[in-house]
Ligand binder design. Structure first.
Ligand code: GLC
Length: 603
């Protein structure tokens, strides 16, 4: 007899109810467990009915593995899951946060801060759709994206994962959810997860809530604000995600007024599930439960009790899953966690799996492989780069703009640490967790793009740190100096100095002393620009973290397209002025939120 839960013609809620009624406590706990791929053994998957597996940042089958290698790995895990007693498919999750960024050859789009500069909801939706296809091509079903943090302090190591300091800009960019998951049909019940089909992925709005508002921008720190400000500033983007059918939401490592989000029943259950009506599942962050043991010193079992009772449904354990199983089993059998709470969590997880069609299509679709890094996706990324660039200065005098640059100049100098470094262009969460330097994947550096853009008669001289001799004795028409930040992620990215690293200011100063100079800043955030240095620069462009398609930069600086970007964040004059808030510390900024020049509009 074809039981209800296996019948795709049955309503999702009927399938959920039927399957839940057949599950043992052990199988229910298995579904609530997410483990890292390195501990995912066949027995763990099959015998424990494991709900989900993830790749931590950079955790690949092997170095430079291709999408087909990833699909082989995920399908292998999935086939073990389908051999479990009830054959419940697993969800494989990854941080595809600016394209399928762990996979070699994938299209790498600008990080969120650059997308926020575009203010273009349709563009970001298209990026979501392209990302989803490349993720599914690798066999993966689930991305821990979008990050809808509202970053209020650029000292935060995750500032570039935030679309903007302005809540309304972040709200617009949540259109990526319907790109990733597909557009729910008219009448789709609000709050319920939606995934259109095999070219879409399960999305995850993160990190709920207030991750971008911590004191001094300390990562995983404490957000000290009233509920009204929390709701108005940091929570409204989640309403937009929920109304678009977002399937999962990740709890934040941070605290709200001293209470860890992972243990905050009021916010996770009272607000998110009850008041906002979210019917997908809430997932913990990486070892998020372990953090609950400090400073109270409580043991792991009490951390589990706090988190599950607060409203966490799936736990990104991700390694010590045997202890998680034993402790959660004890807590349910002792009554400290009710079976009703377990059933609620498992219902939510099953609901997402049914909505995503995983029971019908559990394995990868290899016909998608030729979409990985394909020209239409790279052209889309190039469009995004183009639209993300913010022109901050053009000419030492408005009547003498430097841009657009002349493609047919006699000789030009390209200098700086970021002129020919694909890894720097992509930033964190690319190939590895923190990101890395050099030719890390397939893409076009600024140097490649400049050589491609200029006329055949134009001589391009590239020198990361040009000597005085090079600068003085070559009669350059102009110089382009690309400097900025090295890749970073999360707490290692926390930075209270925010100076241009790698002697960037010295390179700029020595070149701009003698040659008309355009500076291109490749960074996840504004950095300190001293007045004397800004004075020396002829033109300045903020390029954020553009990704693999460097031609998006030359498309604009050489005038094929005009600038459109607007500052997604405030550019402060000094770190002493941080955080530049609404009214508070409202020192006159160097460049205000929304600022952006165009070729024609020079001021
Ligand atoms: C990380 C991040 C989260 C990410 C997760 C899985 O610590 O906080 O954004 O999705 O772990 O990599």
């Amino acid at each position: 007899m074809n039981c209800v839960y296996k019948n795709p013609d049955e309503a999702i809620e009927a399938r959920v109810k039927d399957l839940l009624s057949r599950m043992t406590l052990k199988e229910k706990i298995g579904q609530m467990t997410q483990i890292e791929r390195r501990v995912a053994t066949p027995s763990a998957i099959k015998d424990l009915s494991m709900g989900s597996i993830l790749s931590a940042g950079g955790s690949a089958p092997f170095e430079n593995a291709l999408s087909s290698d990833w699909a082989d790995m995920v399908d292998r895990f999935q086939n073990f899951a389908l051999k479990s007693r009830l054959g419940i498919p697993l969800i494989y999750g990854i941080d595809a946060v600016h394209g399928n960024n762990s996979i070699y050859g994938a299209t790498i789009f600008p990080h969120n801060v650059g997308l926020g500069a575009t203010r273009d909801a349709n563009l970001v939706q298209r990026i979501g759709a392209a990302t989803a296809i490349e993720v599914r091509a690798s066999g993966i079903h689930y991305t821990f994206a979008p990050c809808v943090a509202v970053c209020k302090d650029p000292r935060w190591g995750r500032c570039y994962e935030s679309y903007s300091e302005d809540t309304e800009v972040v709200r617009k960019m949540t259109s990526i959810v319907t790109g990733l998951q597909g557009q729910p049909p008219q009448g789709h019940p609000r709050g319920y997860p939606f995934v259109a089909g095999r070219n879409n992925v399960i999305a995850c709005a993160k990190h709920f809530v207030g991750d971008g508002g911590t004191d001094k921008g300390v990562n995983e720190g404490n957000t000290i604000i009233s509920y009204e400000v929390l709701e108005r500033t940091h929570m409204t983007p989640y309403l937009d995600c929920i109304s678009q059918g977002v399937s999962t939401i990740m709890a934040s490592f941070s605290s709200w007024n001293g209470r860890k989000l992972h243990a905050d029943h009021f916010l996770l259950t009272g607000i998110l599930k009850e008041k906002l009506g979210f019917k997908g599942f809430v997932i913990s962050d990486w070892k998020g439960l372990d953090q609950l043991s400090h400073p109270h010193g409580s043991d792991y079992r009490s951390c589990i009790s706090s988190a599950i009772n607060a409203g966490i449904d799936m736990v990104m354990v991700p390694f010590r899953f045997e202890q998680f199983f034993n402790d959660l089993t004890f807590l349910v059998e002792s009554g400290e966690i009710t079976i009703a709470r377990i059933n609620d969590a498992v219902e939510r997880i099953l609901r997402v799996k049914f909505a995503a069609g995983l029971f019908e299509f559990p394995l990868s679709d290899r016909s998608l492989l030729d979409t990985v890094g394909c020209k239409p996706h790279r052209d889309l990324a190039r469009e995004a780069v183009r639209k993300s660039l913010v022109l901050l200065k053009n000419g030492k005098h408005p009547s003498k703009p430097l841009l657009p640059l002349n493609k047919n100049s006699k000789r030009i100098l390209l200098a700086g640490t970021h002129a020919d470094n694909l890894g720097y262009q992509c930033g964190g969460w690319t190939k590895t967790w923190y990101g890395c330097s050099g030719k890390i994947t397939i893409g076009t550096t600024l140097l490649d793009a400049v050589k491609e853009a200029v006329g055949v008669e134009t001589e391009v001289i590239y020198d990361q740190h040009p000597s005085e001799n090079t600068i003085e004795h070559n009669e350059f028409s102009f110089a382009i100096v690309a400097v900025g930040e090295e890749p970073y992620a999360e707490t290692p990215g926390d930075n209270s100095e925010l100076v241009i690293p790698l002697n960037g200011a010295d390179i700029i100063s020595s070149v701009a002393e003698k040659i008309p100079t355009l500076v291109i800043l490749i960074s996840g955030r504004p950095l300190v620009l001293e007045p004397w240095l800004l004075e020396k620069i002829d033109a300045l462009v903020a390029a954020w973290l553009p990704g693999t398609e460097g031609q998006g930069i030359t498309d604009v600086i050489f005038g094929d397209h005009d600038f459109e970007g607007q500052m997604p964040v405030t550019w402060f004059k000094s770190v002493e002025h941080l955080p530049i808030g609404d009214g508070v510390n409202s020192h006159d900024p160097l460049f205000p939120l929304g600022f952006g020049l165009t070729h024609s509009r020079g001021e």
